[in-house]
Write a protein that binds this ligand. Structure first.
Ligand code: NA7
Length: 574
């Protein structure tokens, strides 16, 4: 697609702006979506963003130790070779400041800021069938009317602060890692309690421990972690990156997780125990998510996975000096990578510090927060600061906080009451012309995010271009195709060990009351990309593409009725 002259947003009055497309969110997804729709196919587009600046996840997640788990030379856009070659990453894994510098560079290069409105949180988005427009209202009192609504809200952007009794009474300060104050937090001389030992807690604890007077880590579920082995990139590697855009892109597009390394073709039991140990040792030394790629069958064969868990638990026992602490840290109840596998810098070593204590909540659960700290069943911990590294209402939380209503007032909250149902993670029946970038049912969080984002944004752009070229007014996932896709998402998950972990956020289990449905597509990015391409090549098979007119209205009506019947829901009034 070539660059074209784009239309301008039109202000209908002081509060209403008319657009072709409204994009919600100015992270990796929203920025690229704006560029594609505006500069490649000439639409009038606005991005609205709740934060005061761009960056999405990286705007909010500025907690101590925050760092991307994907390697920098793959945690970026590939669509522009010039952009890829001119940007120089400094470390193996970028931290928020460097990622934000990168995204600002992208925004400047493609002149994106002029069409982004910051500090604007979307409250509602209602589809008006008579006009085939989305009416979107923001907290600022502003409204937008757009033909296409594209949600680029991120998968892990709604903070999950657990409802522990007494939080309001706490006299100290508390923070959630996903809503970190831009000015930072000074831990010097403070007694800090950290709740949560997922990827975030594992990154944060070593850094907090360096300045806090005392750090008490409250662990509910023990977790594996592999050293990240972060380091500055060598000049040689920087040159390799500059000169190998096409090759690196080919790798990230042909591996199931979108990372710049291939998964081994060797199965665990193809090797003798000694040979296997050598592979694990080498993977441990190499560090990072590549550990998961050490064998082909780690995520599909429990016995194979057990060999990895044994290796990793032994590493914990080797590193951590206090026997009881080591046992509490190594008392892990799920397969390796069955939950999102963390990578770290000195996490287990941190428990050898004199000022750090681990509390095993499985033995001594939190009862309440008091004015002076945290009370577990058996102890009181006096604290000045509580850090909630307690994760997110992932994949659906941010979308469901917006009052999204499709045809005839159909509410997304009702439609997803029993868990998200989408076609390809891209659309929901009853919500014409609404596209969800990395929505539930797509690989999303099981993939290196920018790779998943680029694929979705390009697919959506091509779909909209096709609609316009063919006089199509609305595109809507068909019910039958959606039901089949949901089935396939379940099948793909069940072919792995992932759904066996009952307390995983992939299943929504971390948020009380959230339906337990395995949300991301575990069939691999490569397979998913091929499916999406095939759907497009067949004239958007599984989508109802409608031209304006009675015939189209009838088709939409049928699609909606089918969907309601399948989901067993009634259509609420507007
Ligand atoms: P995660 O992976 O959801 O981890 C959250 C942690 O917080 C995890 O250890 C939870 O224990 C713990 N948690 C949550 N609620 C509570 C309560 N009420 N009491 C005690 N402990 C609690 O979130 P992260 O931010 O670490 O990582 C999210 C993603 O961000 C990550 O996967 C990367 O993709 C980047 P649990 O395991 O539920 O027992």
């Amino acid at each position: 697609m070539n660059s074209v002259t784009s239309k301008q947003p039109e202000k209908l009055n002081d509060t209403v702006t008319e657009l072709d497309a409204l994009v919600i969110g100015a992270g990796f997804a929203g920025l690229y979506q704006l560029h594609c729709l505006r500069d490649r196919i000439g639409l009038s587009v606005k991005v609205v963003e709740a934060g005061d600046d761009l960056g999405g996840t990286w705007y909010w997640n500025r907690y101590p130790g925050a760092r991307c788990d994907s390697e920098s030379h793959s945690y970026c856009y590939f669509f522009s070779k010039e952009l890829y070659e001119e940007w120089e990453w400094s470390e193996r894994y970028p931290g928020p400041p460097e990622i934000l510098r990168y995204l600002n560079h992208v925004a400047n290069k493609f002149d994106l800021r002029r069409d982004i409105q910051f500090g604007t949180r979307v409250r509602s988005a209602h589809y008006d069938a008579a006009d085939n427009r989305w009416l979107v209202a923001a907290g600022s009192g502003q409204c937008f009317r757009a033909t296409y609504l594209i949600t680029a809200v991120g998968c892990i952007s709604s903070a999950n602060v657990p409802d522990i009794p007494g939080l309001d009474s706490f006299k100290g300060k508390w923070y959630h890692t996903g809503q970190w104050p831009p000015q930072g937090v000074d831990f010097t001389g403070k007694r800090v309690g950290q709740i949560g030992t997922g990827s975030t807690g594992i990154q944060a604890a070593p850094v907090i421990a360096q300045s806090a007077k005392r750090l008490t880590v409250f662990q509910r579920t023990a977790n594996y972690s592999v050293p990240a082995r972060n380091a500055p990139l060598s000049d040689e590697f920087k040159q390799y990156i500059r000169e190998h855009h096409d090759e690196i892109e080919e790798i990230v597009e042909s591996t199931p997780n979108g990372h710049p390394f291939r998964i081994s073709e060797t199965k665990v039991f193809d090797l003798s125990p000694e040979e296997r140990q050598k592979v694990y040792k080498a993977a441990w030394e190499k560090g990072g998510l590549q550990f998961r790629a050490a064998f082909q069958d780690l995520l599909t064969n429990k016995a194979a996975n057990d060999t990895a868990t044994e290796f990793l638990k032994n590493k914990i026992r080797e590193i951590v000096k206090d026997r009881q602490t080591a046992e509490d840290l190594a008392d892990i109840d799920h397969p390796y990578a069955g939950k999102r596998p963390p990578i770290d810098t000195n996490y287990f070593e941190t428990f050898n510090r004199e000022n750090v204590t681990l509390i095993n909540l499985r033995k001594d659960p939190i009862e309440r927060i008091t004015p002076t700290g945290i009370k577990t069943r058996d102890h009181n911990y006096d604290l000045d600061i509580i850090v909630f590294a307690t994760g997110f209402d992932a994949l659906t939380g941010t979308l469901l906080r917006i009052d999204i209503r499709g045809r005839d007032g159909l509410s997304l909250r009702d439609v997803w009451k029993a868990g998200p149902r989408t076609y390809l993670g891209l659309q929901v029946p009853g919500f014409p012309n609404m596209f969800t970038v990395t929505g539930p049912g797509s690989p999303s969080v099981l993939c290196n995010m920018p790779v998943a984002i680029e694929q979705h944004v390009e697919w959506i752009t091509e779909c909209i271009a096709y609609m316009r070229d063919n006089g199509i007014e609305s595109c809507e996932a068909a019910t039958e195709a959606t039901e089949k896709w949901v089935e396939h998402v379940n099948e793909a998950a069940n072919a792995t060990l992932l759904p066996t972990v009952q307390h995983s956020w992939y299943l929504g289990a971390n948020v009380p009351g959230k339906p337990r449905v395995f949300m991301p597509y575990a069939g691999g990015m490569t397979r998913y990309r091929a499916i999406c391409n095939d759907v497009a090549a067949k004239g958007y098979e599984g989508f109802v593409l409608a031209r304006r007119g009675q015939d189209a209205d009838a088709k939409r009506e049928t699609a909606l009725n089918d969907f309601e019947a399948a989901a067993n829901i009634s259509t609420p009034g507007v």
